[in-house]
Design a protein around this ligand. Structure first.
Ligand code: PEP
Ligand code: MN
Length: 383
């Protein structure tokens, strides 16, 4: 393999480490990455991020551009999904990674995510590899479904030769004659790559197995084989996943697996720390969470006002204020608030303002409605 000028071993004959925003890949510590196959909603991503954090994971994954085998399968949420991924990662102080499939998607994500994935189906998309070589972000390069290790390393060489030295290889199963798993996890690839290259290698057991019952054992085997990290699909509710549900772990399974990884890591002289660091919630991450909550409060408030105006259109002007209905609402909400340990007084004051502005906006829209009618009447009369 003479052409592995940059991907080949350096003189120290060992894996180099890649440092990205406080996380080191290829060092002593095993890096756990997890998340759904595809980004589906903001809630799904927040829940996934919470689970990754709880397990001691460092990187949140989620596809927003999905290179699907069938053109009729879900193709990803694109820009909208990207925002969900980035926000969720930020909320939990995690890094995030997503897959790119062409120049446009690369352009769109490059400044937003911490790492970029090039998927198995694009491993030999040489133009994309060259573009990935021009960016200043680590690239997770998956092994193609039918690629030899040499082809895979040469694909990495494309990225390195174009100027990006931060490539992480990811073995994700290769196509064999065996039908009981989706693909066959080539665990020996880890050792072979480490003999030939200085690049860190991680394992994705999910796409290899295609079934969740094998993920735990394959993950442990991957660490024993010398992998530097794991990329695992996990979904808050795999039965509802739009893609790769059968291979996605339930959150509890993901956490349980992480709980067991430390001992395996230790047996091969590596480390993995289960659980979220105790002082993980920095001031910045707490503030980001508040910003997100505030935004959704405002959105909900706007949606409420819209409904209130709609109701107003159906009422007579002298019936706009309905004190009994207001009392009923407050009573119900105070009950709810007490269950959530919120002071009743807060609810009463906030809702008195909400009602006041609601009534005003109903009156305004009724008056506008009547003015419109008048105008129509005048202009039709003057014809
Ligand atoms: C994925 O990570 O969701 C994915 C599509 O993986 P692969 O390219 O390995 O099939
Ligand atoms: Mn997938």
């Amino acid at each position: 393999m003479n052409d592995l000028k940059l991907a080949g071993l350096t003189s120290e004959k060992s894996t180099i480490s890649i440092e990205v925003n406080g996380v080191t890949l290829g060092g002593k510590e095993i890096i756990l990455m997890g998340g759904p196959c595809a980004v589906e909603s903001s809630t799904q991503m927040s829940q996934s991020a919470e689970t990754v954090k709880k397990a001691g994971g460092k990187i949140l994954r989620g596809g927003v551009f999905k290179p699907r085998t069938s053109p009729y399968s879900f193709q990803g949420l694109g820009r909208e999904g990207l925002n969900y991924l980035v926000q969720a990662a930020k909320e939990q102080d995690l890094l995030c990674v997503t897959e790119v499939i062409d120049a446009q998607s690369l352009d769109l994500v490059v400044d937003k995510v911490d790492l970029i994935q090039i998927g198995a189906r694009n491993m030999q998309n040489f133009e994309l590899l060259k573009l990935a070589g021009k960016v200043n972000k680590p690239i997770i390069l998956k092994r193609g479904l039918s690629a030899t290790i040499e082809e895979w390393l040469l694909a990495a060489e494309y990225i390195l030769a174009a100027g990006n030295s931060q490539v992480i290889l990811c073995e994700r199963g290769i196509r064999t004659f065996e039908p009981s798993t989706r693909n066959t996890l080539d665990l020996s690839a880890v050792g072979v790559v480490k003999e030939l290259s200085h690049l860190p290698v991680i394992i994705d057991p999910s796409h290899a197995a295609g079934r969740r019952d094998l993920i735990s054992s394959l993950s442990k085997a991957a660490l024993a084989a010398g992998a530097d990290g794991l990329l695992i699909e996990m979904h808050p509710d795999p039965t509802e996943a739009v893609s790769d549900g059968p291979q996605s772990l339930y959150p509890e399974e993901f956490v349980q697996l992480a709980r067991e990884l430390g001992a395996v890591a230790k047996s091969v002289n590596r480390t993995f720390t289960f659980g979220a660091p105790r002082d993980r919630e920095t001031l910045e991450s707490l503030r980001t969470r508040i910003t997100n909550l505030d935004q959704s409060i405002i959105e909900q408030l706007a949606a409420r006002m819209k409904l209130v105006r709609k109701i107003g259109e159906q009422k007579r002007l002298d019936r706009v204020k309905d004190s009994n209905r207001e009392k009923e609402i407050v009573q119900r909400l105070v009950g709810l608030a007490e269950e959530l340990q919120l002071p009743a007084e807060l609810i009463k004051r906030v809702y008195s303002l909400i009602f006041e502005f609601g009534v005003q906006s109903q009156i305004k829209s009724r008056l506008a409605q009547e003015q419109d009618l008048e105008q129509t009447f005048i202009s039709s009369g003057s014809k």
